[in-house]
Design a protein around this ligand. Structure first.
Ligand code: MSP
Length: 644
């Protein structure tokens, strides 16, 4: 997806209506939605298409099994996809159904055009067909004599009259295209697979069926009513019929697609058949065909029979839709398979979102409120922090390229580097010290630096987390829109004076898994292996790491009046809220000398009450006859840094 013209047409695959939406569908759709939102923000005239694929033998069978007509069944499941995408606030411009009349007309026109050109001819098909994949296979492609090489299900032998598309005629042209357009198929590894498949030679493709009825009929002028179109020809054409191909062609101005987003399982159809059909129709080819990997759950392939299919709505309801979006785009490199586990999702929410992003906003609200009555002025940022601003701008400049190459995880990783600059700046420049010393102008510059870095992050993160970033931009007083994209990104400007509003914490800490996992089949209990048995005083590394040790900064310290031993501390561990710790160190330290110093905290200790006060952690210290010393990092470390 590059920015070389002013339009962007972005598509998801159209989803089969034989099954309800699951996490894989949500992933494809969320990537495409992010691309569409990004294109709109950078000012491109964007058209985003999704929809459902409703014809074919698979759907006909699924409907019959449920005692419904295919159309009744398709209406029901298509409705489920549409309402889920509405609930997920997917910003599609059109939801196409292959049972729409305009679509069917467009497919018929395409068929006739290819036929008239001599690219389609009638013959007899004899071979194997996998209904689940809606794909033809030759004898040699089958596994164990009769099973589908893609999904492993049993295939059926088909012998019937069929029309064929002269795919073999397009072999050289396709190879030429792959060669001339480096990024036509992304990522590169997947493209190489496509190229070597085509290099092995392409056979003509059967594009009609006669043994069932649920499909688009041939154009009536062809006078051959027993044929229906092959579901993949029907389905792929949706990308142009949605723009009016074969009817009112006004929206064809959006063609060719900027990017077709899809899963690796359907890349062959998109990167071989689809461009060949387009060449035959003399239409331009899509700019990018981008194939992502598959999601597994806790390391296993998802399947209905295992009962481990992840329901995207359940996850979004439990953990927050936008947190889920962030997780999916950040967790796996585009093109690779990814594993869904609640633990990984919780880690991302608590750490990346809570600690790095949410906490930064809280600190900004806190500092601007405490020192400047919430009013922030960026006038002196460049005088004191040109270096940080330059670093952030360099990171920003390189960001779009990651998205154009579909590297959503890299895009987010880079964005997080700006959050690190902001978080580190607070620790390094200590605005509270500057305030104490009466250097208000410098303290203001730190606070304004943080606000501006956060604003730039919010802007660029908004295609991934639109609502969350709206809360952030509202709090800082700007909008994540094209105007601000021009100002903050293209022109590298800073925000003028603004007032920071208070907002509730964006990412409350998640303590434990919210969704119930399906219980493992009861495995026989294993007796611990010999070497694992406990020996006095010796623990395993796993046992040691049950203790979470973190670096924190003491931001408040006071004496507990009625106690000779206790101090009451507030420690910043880089989390949503600060920890209150009651520590028995009064004899050795005064509150003043502790303030703004770093300590090492046992962070996963069960909270306890000391003299009626909650203590949410313990400080590490060493005591001998000469007294007690707190254990601290040799040089300042970012708050929340793990000790290992
Ligand atoms: N109807 C065809 C597409 C026609 S497009 C002209 C189809 N539909 S599908 O419903 O089976 O799959 C749609 C998308 O969901 C594909 O991109 C597929 O890769 C994706 N996923 C389905 N299961 C998946 C996972 N477990 N993980 C990630 N995505 C997967 O194919």
């Amino acid at each position: 997806m590059s920015n070389d013209c002013k339009k962007a047409y972005i598509t998801t695959p159209i989803y089969y209506v034989n099954d309800v939406p699951h996490i894989g569908h949500a992933y494809t759709t969320i990537i495409a939605d992010t691309m569409a939102r990004y294109s709109r923000m950078v000012g491109l005239d964007t058209f985003f298409l999704t929809g459902t694929d409703e014809h074919g033998q698979k759907i006909e069978q699924a409907a019959t099994q449920r005692g419904k007509t295919p159309k009744e069944y398709a209406d029901e499941i298509s409705g489920k996809f549409k309402s889920l995408w509405d609930e997920f606030d997917i910003s599609y411009d059109k939801f196409i159904r292959t049972t729409d009349d305009e679509h069917k007309k467009g497919v018929q026109k395409a068929f006739k055009t290819m036929y008239d050109k001599g690219d389609i001819y009638k013959d007899e098909y004899e071979g194997h067909y996998c209904i689940s994949c809606e794909t033809f296979f030759t004898d040699t492609q089958l596994v164990d004599g009769g099973f589908c090489p893609d999904c492993g299900k049993e295939t059926s032998l088909v012998k019937e009259e069929s029309y064929f598309f002269k795919l073999s005629n397009y072999e050289d042209k396709l190879l030429q295209w792959y060669k001339s357009d480096e990024k036509c198929v992304l990522p590169k590894g997947k493209k190489n697979e496509v190229v070597s498949f085509v290099e092995q030679g392409l056979k003509d493709l059967s594009v009609t069926r006669t043994s069932f009825d649920w499909g688009v009929k041939l154009p009536s002028v062809m006078n051959d009513p027993k044929h229906v179109m092959y579901v993949w020809l029907d389905a792929l054409m949706n990308y142009v019929t949605a723009l009016g191909y074969g009817g009112d062609e006004e929206n064809m101005k959006y063609w060719p697609a900027r990017v077709h987003v899809l899963g690796k399982d359907i890349l062959r159809f998109h990167a071989i058949y689809w461009p060949a059909f387009l060449m035959s129709l003399e239409l331009p080819l899509p700019k990018h065909i981008a194939a992502h990997g598959w999601w597994t759950r806790n390391g296993e392939k998802m399947s209905k029979s295992k009962g481990n299919v992840v329901d995207p709505k359940e996850v979004a309801d439990a953990y927050g839709l936008e947190n889920f979006r962030y997780f999916m785009l950040r967790e796996v490199p585009f093109g690779q398979d990814g594993d869904f586990s609640q633990k990984a999702l919780i880690d991302r929410i608590n750490s990346d979102l809570g600690n790095d992003l949410g906490n930064l906003l809280n600190r900004l609200i806190g500092m601007s409120g405490k020192y400047f009555g919430h009013k922030v002025d960026s006038s002196d940022v460049l005088e004191f922090h040109k270096n940080e601003i330059n670093k952030a701008n360099t990171i920003l400049k390189n960001l779009p390229e990651f998205l154009y190459n579909m590297q959503t995880n890299r895009y987010l990783e880079e964005l997080w580097k700006i959050l690190t600059i902001a978080n580190q700046s607070i620790a390094i420049y200590e605005p509270w010290v500057k305030m104490k010393e009466g250097r208000e102008k410098e303290a203001m510059a730190v606070v304004a630096l943080v606000a501006n870095l956060l604003a730039k992050v919010s802007l660029m993160l908004s295609p991934v987390m639109p609502k969350t970033c709206e809360v952030i931009s509202d709090a800082i007083g700007f909008k994540n829109d094209t105007n601000y994209f021009v100002k903050l990104f293209e022109q590298e400007e800073l925000l003028a004076e603004f007032e920071v509003k208070k907002v509730p914490p964006l990412f409350p800490k998640i303590e434990e898994e919210i969704l119930k996992e399906k219980k493992e089949e009861s495995k026989p209990k294993q007796t611990p292996k010999k070497e694992e048995k406990k020996t006095d005083g010796i623990i395993t590394i796993d046992e040691f790491f049950k203790t979470s040790l973190k670096i924190g900064t003491i931001i408040e310290a006071e004496e507990v009046k009625k106690s000779d031993r206790l101090l009451l501390l507030k420690v910043d561990l880089g989390e949503e809220s600060q920890r209150q710790i009651v520590a028995g160190i009064k004899e050795f330290y005064s509150p003043d000398e502790l303030l703004n110093t770093q300590v090492c905290v046992v962070a996963n200790l069960k909270p306890a009450k000391l003299m009626g006060m909650l203590s949410e952690g313990m400080l590490l210290a060493a005591k001998d006859k000469n007294g007690l010393s707190l254990l601290r990092p040799e040089t300042p470390k970012e708050v929340g840094t793990k000790v290992s």
